[in-house]
Design a protein around this ligand. Structure first.
Ligand SMILES: Cc1cc2nc3c(=O)[nH]c(=O)nc-3n(C[C@H](O)[C@H](O)[C@H](O)COP(=O)(O)OP(=O)(O)OC[C@H]3O[C@@H](n4cnc5c(N)ncnc54)[C@H](O)[C@@H]3O)c2cc1C
Length: 594
């Protein structure tokens, strides 16, 4: 058993010895796994430890907690997967001391193989009461299947098929034919060409899996282009890269929407993705006999195309079906009522009065846009909302990406945080943010804004992961609310809507020409029901959020509905998990997993 005897040694072994410590643990782990020896395996883990596997051993995305459960699960899967060759990876960030979720640990990135593929992992060791270093967290993640590697680097395509055959089709002819689908259907149909759709299409392309993206917008990137005028991204550029093709190093820290939209076009071109714009996915039915979908696509010229792909990946984002709250008296209102999805520009409302119902990101951004266009705006708050300043508070969860390790190491380290520890880490970020944003938060409370900090104080990230909203990154609107330039009322203070605006319980009339419902979107279950029917929606069950589990439900993984997959989330989530989703589809096609 590994021992660290002196307190000094425990505090700071040199980098070499950190590598030795990690290598020793990995060697013992491999030996115990090979012998399926529980007596050897169990003492390697803390009683409260976590093992996250992304396909490598279990063909699932799952987290197991507690030494007892971990060794049982490892034993069960090691016999089939035959993991071996565990070594600290010399090409990656060397083992080092870190503090994760408030706990000091030695963190080591390693590589390994199974019968079917090659993988990477992250090991975190902490000392127990006796000074023995044991695994606190372990990640094992599949990188590639043997014999089916991505065509990158030395395995890049040779290009001979275009350049050596003078009479045959050239690159452009082949590209056009590939994207045309006049005489074939794609194996995978991806619905939605935002960051989620682009990421999974790029990954599948590298694995030779024929995939087509369809999106209803007329132009690639319109999902960003059509958002409000002043939009720049909320996360910093180094967190937002798409797979394979990072943004250029001279790009601004916060990317403007139109620049990003144009990059999407360039990305589709460079990565040779097949993308049909102006194409609405109307419906799909699954044929159990043939294992294929029958899907109906409506193109912008009105024509209909039916396809029979084996897989449908929903990459439709949150913006599927608007959530319209039941406000019966709103029908009395004589002005204009828009859902936030229908709002595009404040200019026509110059000099007019607007009420924006909802205090999440969309509500605040639309209120600020209307205000800047010269409208008199009132925000209507329905429920307590989490507010963080964009800088530095909202960036705290991404500080890892500023530490120096390359992107792929940051992604692996991010992936290696089990849910329980991620929650702890985010509670700490939330406490930090509260301090950093103290003045703003107190000022907001003074004007009657109701604040919250997420379940158990886990902050905005967990609000996003559990309900997809309920927070605002302050880029100035909160300051306008504080200094009274944008009004604030509580929804509960509105008695009813009248033709000229909202009649408050006090009897006062809050006049309005426009009401914007920034009330979010229905969950993706509703979209699955709309596109595939109730039976499929019922079979798949809840989507997004964690329920009682430790992984996002039905995301990036096979669902109970054969051939139906979902991908969504931030750029980072799409970049990271598209790899595992693509591997599952590839493995499915190779008969490795059903
Ligand atoms: C101001 C602002 C800043 C943000 N900053 C960041 C940031 O820095 N980093 C980050 O990661 N996220 C950021 N986000 C969040 C980001 O918008 C979403 O995470 C992102 O749009 C989700 O991408 P997506 O591909 O899942 O969905 P979307 O971008 O919504 O794309 C889905 C696509 O599916 C298409 N579609 C839907 N249904 C159908 C159908 N039936 N048929 C055909 N097409 C269909 C839609 O037309 C759409 O183009 C920000 C959001 C806002 C508003």
């Amino acid at each position: 058993m590994l021992q660290i005897d002196s307190p000094q040694a425990r505090a700071a072994p040199a980098t070499d010895s950190l590598a030795t410590v990690a290598s020793d643990w990995l060697a013992q782990f491999e030996q115990a796994l090979a012998g399926r020896d529980i007596a050897l395996l169990k003492p390697l883990f803390h009683a409260e430890s976590h093992w996250r596997d992304l396909l490598a051993l279990t063909w699932r995305i799952q987290t197991v907690t507690g030494a007892e459960a971990i060794v049982g699960e490892l034993k069960k899967h090691a016999a089939r997967a035959k993991p071996a060759g565990f070594k600290v990876d010399p090409r990656r960030t060397p083992p080092r001391h870190v503090t994760r979720a408030g706990t000091k640990a030695i963190e080591a990135i390693f590589k390994f193989e199974t019968d079917e593929g090659r993988g990477s992992g992250v090991l975190r060791l902490t000392a127990d009461a006796t000074g023995t270093l044991k695994a606190w967290t372990l990640l094992t993640a599949l990188d590639e299947l043997k014999g089916h590697e991505e065509h990158v680097g030395r395995l890049r395509p040779k290009g001979e098929s275009y350049s050596r055959d003078f009479r045959g089709p050239n690159w452009l002819d082949l590209r056009k034919a590939a994207a045309d689908y006049s005489e074939r259907d794609p194996l995978v149909l991806i619905v939605g060409g935002g960051q989620a759709g682009l990421s999974i299409a790029a990954r599948l392309g590298q694995l030779d899996v024929d995939a087509l993206i369809v999106d209803r917008w007329p132009r690639i990137g319109d999902n960003w282009r059509k958002r409000y005028h002043a939009l720049t991204l909320h996360n910093q550029v180094q967190v937002n890269h798409l797979p394979y093709l990072p943004f250029p190093p001279n790009w601004p820290t916060y990317i403007p929407k139109d620049k990003l939209a144009n990059w999407f076009e360039a990305y589709v071109e460079s990565m040779e993705l097949n993308y049909w714009t102006g194409t609405d996915f109307e419906s799909g039915t699954y044929d159990e006999e043939t294992g294929r979908w029958s899907v109906v696509l409506r193109r912008s010229d009105g024509t209909k195309r039916e396809m029979r792909p084996k897989h449908v990946v929903l990459a439709t984002g949150a913006s599927g079906i608007p959530n319209l709250p039941q406000i019966p008296s709103l029908r009395n209102f004589a002005g204009k009522v828009l859902h936030s999805s229908e709002y595009d520009d404040g200019e026509p409302w110059k000099g007019k009065r607007a009420m924006v119902i909802g205090t999440g990101n969309s509500g605040h951004d639309i209120a600020q846009d209307l205000h800047s266009a010269g409208a008199k705006v009132t925000l209507v708050q329905r429920s307590p909302t989490l507010i963080v300043n964009l800088e530095p508070s909202a960036q705290l969860p991404y500080s890892l990406y500023d530490e120096g390790p390359p992107l792929e190491d940051c992604d692996l380290i991010t992936t290696s945080m089990p849910l329980a520890l991620a929650r702890k880490a985010h509670m700490r970020f939330t406490e930090q943010s509260k301090q950093l944003d103290k003045d703003l938060l107190e000022a907001l409370e003074r004007v009657g804004f109701r604040l919250d900090f997420g379940e158990d104080g886990t902050g905005w990230q967990f609000k996003y992961l559990t309900r997809g909203g309920g927070y605002y990154f302050n880029v100035g609107c909160s300051d306008l609310v504080v200094n009274g330039e944008i009004g604030l009322v509580q929804f509960s203070d509105i008695a009813e809507f009248a033709a000229e605006g909202a009649r408050m319980r006090s009897g006062e009339l809050l006049g309005a020409d426009l009401v914007v419902l920034a009330t979010g979107y229905q969950g993706q279950e509703a979209l699955v029901r709309k596109l595939f029917g109730g039976a499929v929606a019922h079979r798949v069950g809840p989507i997004w959020g964690f329920g009682d589990g430790a992984e996002l439900r039905n995301m990036f993984t096979r669902t109970a509905q054969p051939g139906l997959w979902l991908i969504a989330g931030s750029f980072a989530q799409c970049r990271i998990y598209s790899r595992y989703l693509a591997l599952q589809i590839q493995a499915n096609e190779l008969g490795l997993v059903r």
